[in-house]
Design a protein around this ligand. Structure first.
Ligand SMILES: *[C@@H]1O[C@H](CO)[C@@H](O)[C@H](O)[C@H]1NC(C)=O
Ligand SMILES: *[C@@H]1O[C@H](CO)[C@@H](O)[C@H](O)[C@H]1NC(C)=O
Length: 507
């Protein structure tokens, strides 16, 4: 071999080695056949990348869907924003939630919500950066371009007016699209938007029924109803069943704002939903105190010296009292609002308090489309169209019953009995001695009797649930928070929900 031949061989060998190395580097790492230490398992020829694999199965149920998918949801509330980073596997026909990472913006003076930035749209958009950092850390690099993100603002943002709120939403979208690798869901599919009150209730229904395994899978058992009780409003969502023909009953849900057509997991649902504004727990308290005060004003229309004295209020537990500010309206000669001392009666009077709660429900309001639940709002009869299925009650329903030792499931009769005990005052509270923290709670909050009476009356008189109906309280199901976020994120897992992988930008 001449020196020149040797040189040529070496050169060719070098080029070959280079090509082999290049091919090796270009092969996706999961095909290289390395046993991955963190994965701890090298599945024969193919190794497992732990960030995009699961211990539940080795391949996706649907060839068209990746094994692991992430969905990102930002809940832009009035007091602050939060991100939920959901991780799902596609081992089965329905995406299974594996875990959820959650972070909220740091509190700051004047609130940390998007609306607190007022005219500074850019600042509002940038306030989400710390949340997106969490998403950047959590979602594996390979999956980022196919992990959709949506931002849903609650009604607080509307208060800034249409012009400013749309400026803020546009700035948020621009920042997401230019700084981060995640595909932003199209606006006509609800990508960056102020959420409709209707959707909020229906998404909570999806969350609950998905976690219960009642929707999205092969199981077609009847779905559960959800009842939410917030501070300013209360929501009801359920899937009524009409058995036609049945004695005088319509065989479908009447058309109207209450009707919600939902397609989910390959099935169509016709839901009844309504949000009763002004019937949240805090607004109900205000209205009930006002009814007690109005009755006194009617009884003593001229001499008002009694206003300085304690007023007996059947909704305050016996032996308790509370200073309450009651709004009277701008034109009232006594002032727009007055402070009074509401004191419990000598003996618990839950029946009288229920009477007060019934008044605010306005059962006799005109009902344009029968049947109505209360305040003139149409609702199919629960007794006829939802008599045996599960009923889940959340939020304040949970917060006001669980701390007193109520079990996960109880009847309305049991709720009524609990209420009577609470209204009795200390002489009736012996039974709570064995429930940790219950007595301290009862002594600390004179409104317990009022809150429980309102809740019972709302369910029994308002929604007309029979006394022996079982209801379930819950804050979480299978370790996951109930609420609208998960329900709003699940539909994003399908690309029909208005996004495409951002492949081009990463090549
Ligand atoms: C719901 O779907 C039905 C038929 O499937 C249709 O007649 C009705 O108008 C839809 N209602 C709403 C509110 O979209
Ligand atoms: C209400 O009045 C009663 C009787 O005067 C008094 O004992 C109680 O402390 C007052 N409650 C409040 C909250 O001011």
């Amino acid at each position: 071999m001449t020196p020149s031949q040797r040189a040529r061989y070496l050169k060719t060998g070098g080029i070959l080695a280079f090509i082999v190395l290049l091919l090796f580097l270009l092969t996706p790492s999961e095909k290289r056949g390395f046993s991955n230490i963190a994965g701890g398992y090298s599945g024969g020829q193919t190794a497992i990348d732990p960030t995009i694999s699961t211990d539940k199965c080795t391949k996706s149920y649907h060839p068209s869907k990746p094994l692991i998918q992430y969905a990102l949801m930002i809940d832009a509330g009035s007091t602050g924003s939060r991100i939920h980073v959901y991780r799902f596997n596609n081992c089965g026909p329905t995406p299974e939630l594996e875990n959820e990472i959650f972070k909220m913006t740091e509190p700051k003076a004047g609130g940390a919500g998007l609306s607190s930035y007022k005219a500074d749209a850019e600042g509002a958009a940038m306030s989400l950066d710390p949340l997106l950092e969490v998403a950047m850390h959590t979602v594996p690099d390979k999956l980022k371009p196919c992990s959709p993100i949506a931002v849903k603002a609650t009604a607080g943002l509307r208060l800034l007016g249409p012009e400013m709120s749309s400026k803020i939403l546009a700035a948020v979208r621009t920042r997401l699209e230019t700084v981060y690798p995640f595909p932003v869901v199209a606006d006509e599919k609800g990508g960056v938007q102020i959420m409709d009150g209707k959707d909020e209730g229906v998404y909570a229904w999806i969350t609950t029924n998905y976690l219960l395994g009642k929707i999205g899978g092969p199981d077609e058992t009847p779905t559960a109803a959800v009842f939410d009780l917030g501070g300013g409003s209360t929501q009801i969502v359920f899937q009524p069943t009409f058995k036609s023909p049945s004695g005088g009953m319509p065989d479908t849900l009447a058309e109207g704002d209450h009707k919600y057509n939902l397609s989910f997991g390959g099935r169509d649902f016709t839901l009844y939903q309504h949000s009763h504004l002004g019937y949240g727990l805090m607004s109900a308290r205000e209205a009930m105190h006002k009814i007690v005060l109005d009755a006194q004003l009617e009884e003593h229309p001229t001499d008002h010296t009694w206003l300085g004295e304690p007023i007996i209020n059947p909704c305050v537990a016996s032996g308790m009292s509370r200073e309450v500010e009651v709004k009277l309206g701008e034109s009232n000669p006594l002032g727009a609002s007055i402070k009074v001392n509401m004191t419990g009666p000598p003996e618990g009077s839950p029946a009288q308090c229920r009477g007060v709660a019934e008044k605010i429900l306005k059962k006799d309001a005109e009902c344009k489309l029968a049947p109505c639940s209360f305040n003139g709002v149409h609702q199919p009869s629960l007794d006829k169209t939802f008599s045996r299925e599960d009923v889940y009650i959340f939020s304040y329903f949970f917060d006001r019953t669980q701390p007193l030792g109520m079990p996960e499931s109880f009847t309305l009769k049991e709720l009524k009995d609990l209420t009577a005990k609470v209204c009795e005052g200390e002489s009736g509270w012996g039974i709570f001695g064995s429930v940790e923290g219950a007595l301290a709670e009862l002594k600390d909050r004179p409104e317990w009797c009022m809150d429980l009476n309102f809740m019972f009356t709302l369910l029994h008189t308002g929604y007309e649930m029979p006394m022996d109906r079982e209801v379930r309280i819950a804050k979480k199901i299978k370790g996951n928070e109930l609420g609208w976020c998960l329900g709003a994120s699940l539909p994003l897992l399908s690309q029909e929900s208005g996004w495409k992988c951002r492949i081009k930008e990463i090549s």
